[in-house]
Design a protein. Structure first.
Length: 176
């Protein structure tokens, strides 16, 4: 019909005057969508993945999440926090994030009977159980999900410093 042809010609005329408009609109809508979908903090991200928001401390500086699920959490410096027991965070903690789990955790240790054991996995198998499982290699601990809802304050690890030959070294360097 003549009115459809006129409308089509007007639309094409506008597109010729502003050829970048469709690209701009597509880019703008993608940015808007990604900003709405992406969590604003590590705590929100964890909650969106079925984990408690307080697994990482309040003083997280930033985090990255790769397309492959690799989560890297940046704390700025190593620190200690108290949950049910004392926990040490390295300046960077890495894990593979999937719904209900942090698998292959690196940079997180937990004190058990005066030993510091690496936390390997953190898993919520059944959210209705109210339990979260910590795999610390030699054992598995189930704790109340509610213990990890609020992010703890993480204090610098001053207890981690040792004197070696009159010079301060971190715990990993002192062992060498």
């Amino acid at each position: 019909s003549p009115s459809q042809i006129t409308t089509h010609l007007k639309h094409q005329s506008t597109m010729k005057k502003f050829p970048i408009l469709p690209l701009f609109m597509t880019t703008f809508s993608l940015l808007l969508t990604s900003s709405v979908v992406s969590p604003s903090s590590i705590h929100d991200l964890l909650k969106s993945q079925g984990l408690p928001g307080g697994l990482f401390p309040k003083n997280v500086k930033s985090y990255t999440l790769g397309e492959d699920g690799l989560l890297e959490v940046y704390l700025g410096q190593p620190c200690e926090a108290r949950f049910e027991s004392l926990v040490r965070f390295d300046s960077v903690v890495r894990a593979n994030l999937s719904y209900g789990g942090l698998i292959g955790v690196e940079g997180l240790t937990q004190e058990e009977l005066f030993l510091w054991l690496p936390v390997k996995d953190i898993i919520v198998n059944d959210p209705s159980s109210g339990l979260i499982l910590f795999n610390i290699g030699v054992a598995r601990k189930q704790l109340a999900f509610s213990m990890f809802e609020d992010p703890p304050v993480c204090n610098p690890q001053w207890s981690h410093i040792h004197m070696v030959g009159g010079e301060e070294k971190g715990a990993h360097e002192a062992k060498r």
